[in-house]
Design a protein around this ligand. Sequence first.
Ligand code: SF4
Length: 319
Amino acid sequence: MAEIMEQGILIRDVDTKNIMTKSSLPVGGYSVNPYVGCTHGCKYCYASFMKRFTGHTEPWGTFLDVKHWPEIRDPRKYRGQRVVIGSVTDGYLPQEARFGNTRRLLEQLKDSGAEILICTKSDLVVRDIDLLREMGKVTVSWSINTLDEGFRADMDRAVSIERRLSAMKQVYDAGIRTVCFISPVFPGITDFEAIFHRVKDQCDLVWLENLNLRGGFKGEILDYIGEKYPHLTDLYHAIYSKGDRSYFRALEQRAEQLAGENGCPFVDNELPYGRAEPGHPVIVDYFYHEEIRGSENTGKRTGRKQRPPEEDCEVPQKG
Ligand code: SF4
């Protein structure tokens, strides 16, 4: 296959010399994307800027490059390193069922001793439970920012929320660490408490991240809010035009309370790797994660210094 058009997606093969890319995140590690492009086509995708570097002119979500790379020769080199799979794509896109790039990558890293973080909006990952169980420190994170399938379908072309929840449970029950990544939190729409109660018995971590409208998609999202949620227009204007933080500050306080009520730790950095007591996931506050916090890991903000913008989209950039 050199280049084919399938169900409106332009798919082509590309060769790459090295699949392991050093991450630009402050915590280091590696960022690995077995594909270029992402057919989930989320409306708020921070990774859509990637297009600039790929030579693609097609709209984001309508192209996919299937990477081919030489086998990783010395996987032990990555021992102890955090390897994030799916920061600017999803390793478990529907096309993975056919091309198997993510499975191939996991097989090559199987004995590496790396700490693997998989970020997905798919349930195809359950196919690889056998392999993931053999790999030691593995975490699988699902992005879920609503329980409303209508809103979900307006925002992305990934599988339903129910399928994501079911996959999370299967992976958790298989003894693998899981994350419910409540991101991006849409003001007035995302009900993080309802999501928390749905997932608290099947995940180790709940990550919270605000919607950030710094990308070229700002206009599209605001138009959508104006059309479908007109009662929220003023709130979005206050947050995204005037920089009003009060909504997310209140949410942050509520998250801390919720953690207290449910016996869950509340922190701003989930590292190092660990499992949570069942039913009491660690709630990680990644709201405005580009800002530097204190080192006490209490979720409390101590400074306003901005981190430089990062390239990864599906993983909180703070680490
Ligand atoms: S936000 Fe993530 S899942 Fe959605 S299109 Fe972008 S890379 Fe894909």
